[in-house]
Design a protein around this ligand. Structure first.
Ligand code: ATP
Length: 319
């Protein structure tokens, strides 16, 4: 089915006969595959008698060769899946089966894209970036400290470099424009963090997505913010280069070296928030983050520090 899609990728008309000849199948088999493309991937295909078939908008699919040549200094092997449950899950499976890190796993769509605490990440076909970089870490509690914030900052700087200048960070791991989520980060770890472990840096960025029924909170995309279509291969390459730079800084100087820059881009500095920890809710004012990436809140006039993967911030109405 994806071979057919690649033939249509240019957005031009192709006759059923030519498509059938290229695929070595009958015209009716082509017709069936086209219907599958529409039903399964949500694509829209124009059919005009005498001219053939055309995608309603040209597609630019992910291309590992282009990504590797545009981010040559990273030299990370790249896997691109047409459809996968989750790029984080695929990256972890690759390691379990003896794969070697670093490894970058990308997909055109995720059928079970994940957020924190089992939440779902909406991942339609060929519109966004679903990116999971798996790294091997040795004896590195310090290398893990604040790592998800470092990834957030690298994502933010990549978006800014490509013209999304008003994006900012929300502790611990979201990238927002105003109140709308444009990217999310999910780190997952296997192994022993005090000895040898692997960590997957999972990133979802809304790139060219213009509508979805699947997201139950405010969201946006690079295209909605700028009115432009973005080249996802270039975005992936720029993200890899940016991540490489920030990971090196983090490894050399620890999170402490990155904390001031992170705080400068924190959208909710000084705001009144509710911190949700399971069934508990704590009200406070955001003072910033500490040198390990933990959240500093003023609660009843006293500074308190919070960290851990199960915490969520919400802005209060009076902020
Ligand atoms: P938190 O404040 O704890 O980060 P969150 O609701 O943002 O909470 P995440 O796990 O970071 O939780 O992200 C998952 C949530 O993000 C989903 O429940 C959904 O509301 C939203 N979401 C899912 N897919 C997308 C997407 N493609 N773009 C923006 N938001 C999405």
């Amino acid at each position: 089915m994806l071979t057919l899609l690649k033939l249509l990728e240019d957005g031009r008309f192709h006759s059923g006969q030519a498509l059938g000849a290229a695929l070595g199948v009958s015209r009716s088999a082509v017709w069936k595959q086209l219907q599958q493309l529409e039903a399964e991937l949500g694509l829209s295909i124009h059919k005009i008698r005498g001219r053939g078939y055309q995608l309603s908008a040209p597609l630019a699919l992910l291309d590992p060769g282009v990504i590797q040549s545009q981010s040559a200094s990273c030299a990370w092997p790249v896997q691109v899946h047409d459809s996968i449950d989750s790029t984080n899950a695929a990256a972890l499976r690759a390691i379990e089966h003896g794969g070697v890190a670093p490894l970058l796993v990308l997909a055109e769509r995720q059928t079970a894209g994940r957020g924190r605490r089992g939440r779902k990440w909406a991942s339609p076909f060929a519109e966004n970036v679903y990116y999971s970089l798996v790294l091997r870490i040795e004896g590195g509690m310090r290398q893990l400290e604040g790592l998800s914030l470092v990834v957030g900052l690298a994502v933010l700087q990549t978006l800014r470099q490509l013209g999304i200048s008003n994006a900012g960070l929300k502790w611990p791991n979201d990238v927002l424009v105003g109140q709308k989520k444009i990217a999310g980060i999910l780190l997952e770890l296997v192994g022993d963090p005090a000895d040898v472990c692997h960590v997957v840096l999972g990133v979802g960025i809304n790139v060219n997505m213009q509508s979805t029924e699947e997201v139950d909170q405010q969201w946006t995309s690079m295209r909605l913010e700028s009115g432009q279509l973005f080249d996802r291969n270039r975005l992936v390459a720029e993200l890899s280069l940016m991540l490489q730079k920030y990971l090196a800084r983090h490894q050399e100087g620890g999170f402490m070296a990155i904390q001031p820059e992170w705080e400068q881009s924190h959208l909710w500095q000084g705001r009144n928030v509710s911190l949700i920890a399971g069934t508990h809710q704590i009200e406070g004012e955001v003072l910033g983050i500490d040198s390990q990436g933990a959240l500093r809140l003023k609660v009843d006039g006293v500074e308190k520090v919070f960290s851990g993967g199960e915490l969520s911030l919400r802005l209060r109405d009076d902020s």
